[in-house]
Design a protein. Sequence first.
Length: 304
Amino acid sequence: MSRLQANGLLLLAAVIWGSTFVVQQVGTGGLKTMSFTGIRMLVGAFFVLPFAWRQYRQLARTESPFERSGWFGIVCTGVVLFTAAALQQHGIFHTTVTNAGFLTALYVPLVPIISLLVLRRKIHWSAWPASALCLVGTYIMSGAQAIDLRIGDIWVIGSSFFWACHVILVGTMAVKTRAPIVVACGQFFVCGVCGTLLGIAVEQPSLIDLQTGLFGILYAGMLSTGIGFTLQAIAQRFTHEADAAIILSSETVFAALAGFLILSERLTTLELSGASLIFVGIIAVQLLPMLRNKARQLAPEDHN
């Protein structure tokens, strides 16, 4: 898979995630944070399981099976995913869809910072201005006003750090195991079990809660989790995590668009200009490295 194709999958994942912000706010029925997060993840895990099993068997026939470190890494990825998703879901219950989309996007500049300072990975210079454009764009989309933080916004801000760690872990495990669908399915099971057990213990969901939240469970479970996160894992095997974070930040745009279409949350000219900045950042992180590589390829010919 080429880098451009991988980034196309990431953009498709962002479309799916953006539309799910609405479902997470109004489609959960009587389910609370832990229960909804856990059940949707289990639905996604079982949805992806046949594909993950097939990939695992193919890998086992041609290469050595997973080492313990690989399974441990998948478990850690699932725990981080659960923490990020639970914090975000709890925050979404107490803020607007647009605010949640904006504040979640704070993970975009965190990814290259963590990659550089903690993991000592090289970051293409274009990631920094592109991250800044995405962050400014999401701020403009929030209304470009002084942020009066609500309690829900605080939870969403907290989730952004764990989303940044999750982006890095997914890319790392997809490359290490060479089985991104197995990584996706494994993290879903870990996250789903954590959320479901905690939900039963703390929130005690009833059968009626499950029935009223069935649409949200299926939509978020099959589309957002099963398809969206799996596309992310597949794509991140072929692209840098900093680039992935920038592209995935476009979920903010699609969240606002979904809020406009479904919840009648108004999109102003200012907000549209913010969306344009996000897409400029995405295009920059796509084209600038490609132009640099092209220049390097032509350099010897020019020299001759």
